[in-house]
Each structure stands twice: as structure tokens, then as C-alpha cells.
Design a protein around this ligand. Structure first.
Ligand SMILES: Cc1ncc(COP(=O)(O)O)c(C=O)c1O
Length: 493
């Protein structure tokens, strides 16, 4: 023990350090660290309390107290007649003790990260910092306080209590089959998407659908064209596969398809679009452009990703059918999500696949995370089948429409010609362009001074000037807050 524990160190630590700590506790800590650090090995015999006390020139009762504590915590054990030993089988959680200091002597080289990880480490944190502002125009969130919680709870307990089939691994690689049927009917009614239930893969939201498509279609260096500005979370997924990103401009009619037609240099593997409500500008891809895009995709063999994230909320004019519904050449991956129409933590979305890719995708999904929790899928199936989903959407559409009108009116009243409003015909956000010399940081700080949280569109720009482009989410605010927020903003800007 003398050689293993280095008595000089023990003696030093007993005399120095925190003098408020009783001596027995200092000794206890020293011995504990020696065990956790491997200097004292499992099964090793410790000196008797008497001889350790003599060597350290401390009282025997101090040593006995330390041993007793270590015994009670399982670090030591006694064998009658033979003495005290380091526990032969230390509990795992003790070996993972949080108080264990990292060894300063370790020469372990740093963990070697992938090129992707190195880039990711440099990128901004994935979650936007939440503003503490009393009125926050945060985007991407629905009005969660209007969600029918009680109904959801009833459906949950209906399935949770009545049966236990949801406890086991699901044997359905594509996702809970009644849910796929319900979704197929719903998107055919609401979005004119043409598909069979066995073309639908239930995913953990849009994000996983994007990851699967990227993983299975893209090799490092392949080109993906996407809208500019465009959804930064999609871009980051594409970059995880080391894709090359080709920015394509967006105007009042959505993606400028002509830029794709003009391209002669890049071999484009995938195009990512948000046709119903371009993110973040809010433009709707016009019907002629949809047809042009589909014809180009068919001719060049390029696949399109249609992200239809909030198309349920369309105000005034009739929605244009989904790209997928107009496609005759299996060129579209259609992605939908319940994050906006229900709630984002549900983490249920769906990917409509061309028939010939179904088995490949379901295999990849199984390898990625097996499947989603079955219970929530059962509840969602009932929610759709019993008509609650469409009822909820109708109610929320009229609520959001009212908020949107108040927002547009307030912007016109308080800002007049000093801003341009974009994309207010659909969704839960719109975008404004402030005609100002201030940079985004100044605008945001001034807004924060009067308790208004603002979010610039800048992270979603691939190139080009985003100065003064602000995304105003109104999903979480009521008309009164919207009115007050815009008035305060106008005053301070
Ligand atoms: C363009 C776009 N697509 C999809 C989503 C939804 O993502 P998820 O289904 O992963 O929650 C969002 C959410 O803000 C979005 O802005």
C-alpha cells in the first residue's frame, strides 16, 4: 500500500486542502480516488486500521471511520478473519464516478473527427437562442395552447390501456399500417397527392425524411440544387453527406426554374423545393413553373424533394396541387409533417416514395432507428380517421388567418412604404424587408429594447444580400400581442 498510495501524497492531502473537512473524510476521499483511479485494484488487501493509523500518525478511530464509510458504499469489503479488501466487484456507477478527475498525464491524442463534424463544429448552434422577449415573433411554432390536449389524452389512454401490442417491435418496416392508410387518404383529399399506403414511410419528422433521401441518393461531391434563400436545416443535412450545394434564386413565383434549365455545368442529382409556401419568402411556386420543373426533372433524370411543411394553412385563394400529384414520371419525393398542424414534439412526418424505392428506404429507416413509437402512431391514426385532424386544421386556419390579417394591417399602418411584405398568403409566418440602413444586429437589438423578439432571415441565405429581411412568425401570438408588437417595433425603428 505504501508504494501504491504514495504516503507522502496522502500525508500532504491530510494536512493541506480544505481544513473544514474532517480528517477521516480526507482519508476516505484519498482512498476512494486510489480505487477509482486503479491504483488500488479490486480484491487487494488494505492494511489494518492500526498499522495505517501508525504509518500516517493519525488516530485509529479516524482510519476506522474512513474504512466504514468506504465499506458502506461498497468500495471495500471485509472477509472475516482475513481483513479488509478493495471490493472485488465494484458497481459500474462507482467506476463512472463524476468526481473522478481526468488524468493530467494522459497522452491520448484528440478524438479524430470526420470532415463533416469539423464543419458542423464551426456552424452555428442548431437551435436558435430563444428570446426572452415578452412578444416574440419566433417562427416555426404553432399555437400549442389551442391544441385539444384532453382529446389527445383520451385517445392515448384508449390505446395504452386496452391493449399491449404497441409494446413490441413493430413488424411493419414502413410504419404503422393503419396510419399509412389514413395519411394516404388525407393527402389525396387535401393535397391531391397520388399514392398507395405502401408508398408511405412514416418518419421522425421532415428532418429524418431529408436525411434518408440524402443518404440514399447522394455521394460526397454530388450536387443538390436548393432555393436561395432556403431552409437552412435542409442544407445542413445535405452537407452531412458532403453534397455540393447549388443555390437557385427565388422570386415572387417561387423557384426560378429557368436557372435550372440554363445550367450546363453542374450535374444535379436532387432539387429541394418548398412549392406551397417557399421557406422563408412565402412565395407559391406557380403552376407553369411546377410543370416546367417536372418536365425538366423527367428529361434530366433528376429527383425533386417537395417539402410541404405547412401547406394546410392557405388563406384566400385555392391551393395548387402538390408537385407530386402532377408528376407522371416518379420524379418526386413528397415530404409532409405533423409538426405544424399538431405539435412538433410528436416527431411524426411522412415520406411518399416512388414505388421502386420503397423497399430500399424502409430497410435504411429500419437500420437508422427501427421505427417510431407505435402508441403515438395509433393515437394519430384515430385522430385522423375520426375527423379530428381536419376539424382542428379548419379551426386553426381561421385563427391563424385572423392573426395574419392583424399582422399585415399593423405592418401597413405603422410602416407603410418603409417595408415590403412577402409571402402572407399561407403558413404561419411571413417575411418583411425593411428599407433601412441599419444592419440586422441593430434592428434586433432595438426591437429587444422594447420587448419584441425578432429573427432575421439571414441564416437561410446561401448567398446574396439579406439585409433587413426579417421572418415574422405569428403562430404563437394572439392578435392583441401582434398589434402591440408591431406598434412598438415601428416606434423604435
Ligand atoms: C421548411 C421546413 N420544413 C420542415 C419543417 C418541419 O420540420 P420537422 O417535420 O422535422 O419538425 C420546418 C419547421 O420549421 C420548416 O421550416
Amino acid at each position: 500500500l505504501v508504494t501504491l498510495l504514495d504516503f507522502t501524497l496522502i500525508l500532504e492531502s491530510l494536512t493541506e486542502g480544505d481544513n473544514a473537512l474532517p480528517l477521516y473524510q480526507k482519508l476516505y476521499e484519498e482512498l476512494r480516488q486510489a480505487i477509482l483511479g486503479g491504483r488500488l485494484l479490486p480484491g487487494q488487501k488494505l492494511p489494518s486500521t492500526r498499522s495505517l493509523a501508525q504509518s500516517l500518525e493519525i488516530s485509529r478511530s479516524t482510519v476506522t471511520q474512513s474504512y466504514e464509510q468506504l465499506l458502506s458504499e461498497g468500495y471495500l469489503e471485509t472477509k472475516t478473519g482475513s481483513g479488509t479488501f478493495v471490493g472485488a466487484q465494484l458497481p459500474d456507477d462507482l467506476l463512472r464516478s463524476p468526481t473522478l478527475e481526468p488524468s493530467e498525464k494522459s497522452n491520448r491524442p484528440a478524438v479524430r473527427l470526420s470532415k463533416y463534424a469539423t464543419e458542423l463544429a464551426k456552424a452555428e448552434a442548431p437551435l436558435r437562442p430563444e428570446t426572452q422577449a415578452p412578444i416574440s415573433f419566433r417562427y416555426g411554432r404553432p399555437a400549442l395552447d389551442l391544441f385539444p390536449l384532453e382529446l389527445w389524452r383520451k385517445l392515448l389512454s384508449r390505446h395504452c390501456c386496452a391493449q399491449s401490442d404497441w409494446l413490441d417491435y413493430s413488424t411493419d418496416l414502413l410504419g404503422y399500417s393503419p396510419l399509412r392508410k389514413a395519411i394516404a387518404h388525407y393527402i389525396s383529399r387535401a393535397r391531391a397527392v397520388h399514392c398507395e399506403p405502401d408508398q408511405i414511410l412514416i418518419t421522425n419528422g421532415t428532418q429524418q425524411a431529408l436525411a434518408l433521401v440524402t443518404q440514399l441518393l447522394i455521394d460526397p461531391g454530388d450536387t443538390i440544387a436548393m432555393e436561395d434563400p432556403g431552409y437552412v436545416s435542409a442544407k445542413r443535412v445535405f452537407m452531412s453527406q458532403r453534397a455540393k450545394i447549388l443555390p437557385i434564386a427565388v422570386d415572387a413565383s417561387g423557384l426560378v426554374v429557368q436557372e435550372l434549365l440554363n445550367n450546363t455545368t453542374e450535374s444535379i442529382r436532387l432539387v429541394y423545393v418548398t412549392p406551397s409556401h417557399q421557406f422563408p419568402t412565402g412565395a407559391t411556386l406557380s403552376l407553369p413553373r411546377r410543370l416546367q420543373l417536372l418536365a425538366w426533372a423527367e428529361q434530366t433524370g433528376t429527383m425533386l424533394i417537395e417539402d410541404d411543411y405547412d401547406s394546410e394553412y392557405r388563406y384566400g385563394d385555392r391551393p395548387i396541387p402538390a408537385l407530386q400529384g402532377l408528376d407522371r414520371s416518379n420524379s418526386v419525393f413528397y415530404i409532409g409533417t405533423f409538426s405544424k398542424v399538431l405539435f412538433p414534439s410528436l416527431r411524426i412526418g411522412y415520406l411518399v416514395l416512388p414505388q421502386n424505392l420503397v423497399s430500399l428506404f424502409s430497410h435504411s429507416k429500419w437500420l437508422s432507428d427501427r421505427h417510431l413509437p407505435v402508441l403515438e402512431q395509433q393515437v394519430l391514426t384515430d385522430f385522423i380517421e375520426e375527423g379530428h385532424l381536419e376539424r382542428h386544421i379548419r379551426k386553426m386556419r381561421s385563427h391563424y388567418d385572423q392573426c395574419r390579417q392583424v399582422l399585415v394591417q399593423a405592418l401597413k399602418t405603422y410602416f407603410g412604404e418603409r417595408i415590403t411584405i412577402l409571402g402572407d398568403k399561407a403558413g404561419l409566418h411571413l417575411m418583411i424587408k425593411l428599407h433601412t440602413d441599419w444592419n440586422d444586429e441593430e434592428i434586433i437589438q432595438r426591437a429587444a429594447q422594447v420587448g419584441v423578439g425578432l429573427f432575421p432571415a439571414q441564416p437561410h441565405y446561401l448567398k446574396g444580400n439579406s439585409k433587413g429581411a426579417i421572418i415574422l412568425g405569428y403562430g404563437e401570438l394572439n392578435p392583441q400581442q401582434i398589434q402591440t408588437g408591431i406598434r412598438k417595433l415601428a416606434e423604435v425603428l
